[in-house]
Design a protein around this ligand. Sequence first.
Ligand SMILES: C[S@@+](CC[C@H](N)C(=O)[O-])C[C@H]1O[C@@H](n2cnc3c(N)ncnc32)[C@H](O)[C@@H]1O
Length: 242
Amino acid sequence: MSETHDRVEIIGQDSPEHRFSSRSIRSFVLRQGRMSGAQQRYLDEMLPRIGLPYRVEPMDLDAVFGRHGPKIFEIGFGMGETTAKIAAARPDHDFLGIEVHGPGVGALCKLVAENGLSNIRIMQHDAVEVLRDMIPDGALAGVHVFFPDPWRKARHQKRRIIQPDFLALVASKLAPGGYLHCATDWEDYAHWMLEVLAAEPALENTADGFAPRPEYRPLTKFENRGLKLGHGVWDLVFRRRT
Ligand SMILES: C[S@@+](CC[C@H](N)C(=O)[O-])C[C@H]1O[C@@H](n2cnc3c(N)ncnc32)[C@H](O)[C@@H]1O
């Protein structure tokens, strides 16, 4: 079954074009990805329980998670390993993970089921639209953007998600004191992030430049391999000014 077909089934919208229509430059390209049988099974089982549909309407996040508590918004969770580990280690926080790639959504559904995690909700949609249309201002305790696509070629850099407009949007959704944590293994993008983040007046750096990796962000297998080969990883943690 194609990813496109999966998405239509999951969310019940008419077409991918309908779902991803309102921004012209996007930070992702929809890849045709095959779901494994297990991903599809867990997706079918879990998404009715933990998946949320995209709507142009603010959500009541406490109602969504069934409790009052800090809410973390993750953009582009990939296959969800980091999301699941952080959610397990921080049971007092609620995590709303957003990803456009179908097999990744299936993979995180599987991790949620296998680990009995009750503090994760998932959306398969453009995270920028979700943030803009569904998250009330000041509602988030944190935003995670881990290893966003680096869009290495100069002519593609307009697709990088970390841009001035995006950061102004993130800042408006963070509660005062709330944090934005970005990580990348692409040096050029790390410096781009630092420059754009430092220029956003509503945010302040928690470190002098790049931050040490916060303990809650686990090292991924991919990252570990890169570090052993001498490649760098850069974390940036900024807070919304109070
Ligand atoms: C390089 S991967 C990193 C995945 C994961 N964060 C990790 O650390 O392994 C970037 C992911 O972000 C997703 N993505 C990019 N832009 C997005 C957007 N606007 N909304 C939702 N997902 C997005 C892509 O589909 C991709 O899976």
